[in-house]
Design a protein around this ligand. Sequence first.
Ligand SMILES: Nc1ccn([C@@H]2O[C@H](COP(=O)(O)OP(=O)(O)OP(=O)(O)O)[C@@H](O)[C@H]2O)c(=O)n1
Ligand SMILES: C[C@](O)(CO)[C@H](O)COP(=O)(O)O
Length: 255
Amino acid sequence: MSSTPPPTDRPRPPRTAAVIPAAGRGVRLGPGTPKALRVLGGTPMLIHAIRAMAASRAVSLVVVVAPPDGAPEVKHLLDEHALPERTDYLVVPGGETRQESVRLGLEALPEDIAVVLVHDAARPLVPVDTVDAVAAAVRDGAPAVVPALPLADTVKEVEPAATPGEPEPVLATPVRARLRAVQTPQGFDRETLERAHAEVAVDGEGATDDAGMVERLGQPVVVVPGHEEAFKVTRPLDLVLAEAVLARRRANDGF
Ligand SMILES: Nc1ccn([C@@H]2O[C@H](COP(=O)(O)OP(=O)(O)OP(=O)(O)O)[C@@H](O)[C@H]2O)c(=O)n1
Ligand SMILES: C[C@](O)(CO)[C@H](O)COP(=O)(O)O
C-alpha cells in the first residue's frame, strides 16, 4: 500500500500572477500626477486595478510596475489600502515604454508562476468575470488569450498626416465584422510571454500590447468576450465615464 506524503512534501501547483503596468505618465489625460495614481471615486485608479485582479480566485500574486522613481510611493499606497490577504503583492520600478515595464514585471516573477495575466492599471474597472474567463482559457491550454469587443465605429486605414489636423487620405476600410477592440487582462502561458519579450524587437514606442508580440512569434492568440466596463481611461472624458460606472456600482451595492 502506497503512503501519501505529508502536505509539506508535495510540490505546490503552478500559480497565476497578474502583472500590472502602472508606470505611464498619462499624457493624454492631461497634466497632473501619473495616471495610475489619480483618484477615482476617492481611491487611486491603481488600487481599483489591483483589487480587480486580486478579486479573481485564480490570481495568487500581483506584481505592480510603478513609475520609475515611484516604487516607494506605490508600496506606501498598497500598505494604506485594504487588499485581499490571500494574494501576495510585489512592487517594481517600470521603464520608458509599456513594453519595457511589462518586461521588468516579468523579471520579478517567482519560479512557480506558470500563467501570467498582464493588466493595464488604466483599466481599473474590469469585472472579475472577465479576469476569470481569461485565466481559465489559458489554463485550458491556449498560450495567449485576449478579451475583446466588436467595434461600434467603422474604421478607416489612412496615410497619417505629416502635420496634425491636415486631411488624411483614406487607404482602406477593413470589414468591421472581422475587427475587435482588445482589452486587458491579456493572459499567457508564462514561457510564451517571456519568449515574446526576449525575442521580439519593436522599434520606437514599443509594442502596444503583449498579444501582438506573441503573434510575431507565430504563436496562436485567441479572443474571448471582453466587457464594456473594462474600458481604458485614456482621455479626460473617460474619467467622467469611470466615475459614473463606480457611482452605479455603489448604488447597486446599496452604499
Ligand atoms: N512606460 C510605461 C507606459 C505605460 N505603462 C502602463 O501601460 C498601461 C497602458 O498605457 P496608457 O494607457 O497609454 O498609459 P500612459 O502611458 O500613462 O498614457 P499616455 O500614453 O497618455 O501617456 C497603463 O496602465 C500605463 O501605466 C507603463 O507601465 N509604463
Ligand atoms: C494593451 C492595450 O490596452 C490593449 O488595447 C492597449 O494597446 C494599450 O495602449 P496604450 O497606448 O499603451 O494605452
